[in-house]
Design a binder for this molecule. Structure first.
Ligand code: URA
Ligand code: SF4
Length: 213
């Protein structure tokens, strides 16, 4: 069986309809163990869109993107960059939480496979087509590789204005900026945290600077 969300994505640009349809997506196996679909949310015509990897434990419980520890760090970075989250659209490359259980009840994040990322991508394309952002910020390697190809190396393209590969289905051509995922800052060595945080803030400011008007 091919793994893709395609058959579940309605032909609409209405974000509410997309989010509703995504609740019953069975495009890959990740829906089985997660609590719920975590669709993107935010301003319907946001000039800037942020794309993370996948919901984490808190996001899965609450059904909203970036509301856990990574979301808190993201909020701090946005505040430092003087960007209002209310004017953004925030989503993830993969809409269901992938995890393993430890001996207790703790659910540990597991990186989604390439197959799962590609399966879920029609939702992300639909969100980009609907929101028509001027700038898309890809947070971390999973989001970057979802849209720029599996060979894309995050560290080689910091602070660059990139574009998406030409896709006639997309109908839009936003600028693209890639940067560190907030979780990578949280998980990384404490002594590097401040430097990495400052770099994330600088990348967000750079992206915001690409928005016109
Ligand atoms: N990490 C992500 O990539 N996305 C979220 O929504 C939360 C944590
Ligand atoms: Fe559908 Fe994406 Fe969830 Fe897989 S992860 S079931 S493709 S919404």
């Amino acid at each position: 069986m091919t793994c893709t969300a395609e058959a579940y994505v309605p032909r609409t640009r209405d974000l509410g309809e997309l989010a509703e349809a995504a609740r019953s997506c069975r495009g890959c196996d990740l829906y089985r163990d997660a609590d719920q679909t975590v669709f993107g949310e935010g301003a319907a015509r946001a000039p800037m869109m942020l794309v993370g990897e996948q919901p984490g434990d808190q996001e899965d419980r609450q059904g909203r993107p970036f509301v856990g520890p990574a979301g808190k760090l993201l909020d701090e970075a946005l505040a430092a960059a003087d960007i209002d989250r209310g004017r953004l659209y925030v989503t993830n490359a993969v809409k269901h939480f992938k995890f393993t259980r430890t001996s207790g009840t703790r659910r540990i994040h597991k990186t989604p496979s390439r197959t799962e990322v590609v399966a879920c991508r029609p939702w992300l394309f639909a969100e980009i087509t609907s929101v028509e952002p001027q700038v898309v910020v890809l947070l971390g390697a999973t989001a970057a590789q979802a849209l720029l190809g599996s060979g894309f190396r995050l560290t080689a393209h910091r602070g660059e204005e990139l574009r998406l590969p030409t896709d006639p289905d997309l109908g839009v051509d936003p600028s693209v900026v890639t940067t560190t995922h907030p979780s990578a800052i949280l998980r990384g060595p404490a002594e590097q945290r401040a430097t990495k945080f400052d770099a994330l803030v600088a990348d967000l400011q750079f992206a915001a600077g690409l928005v016109s008007g």
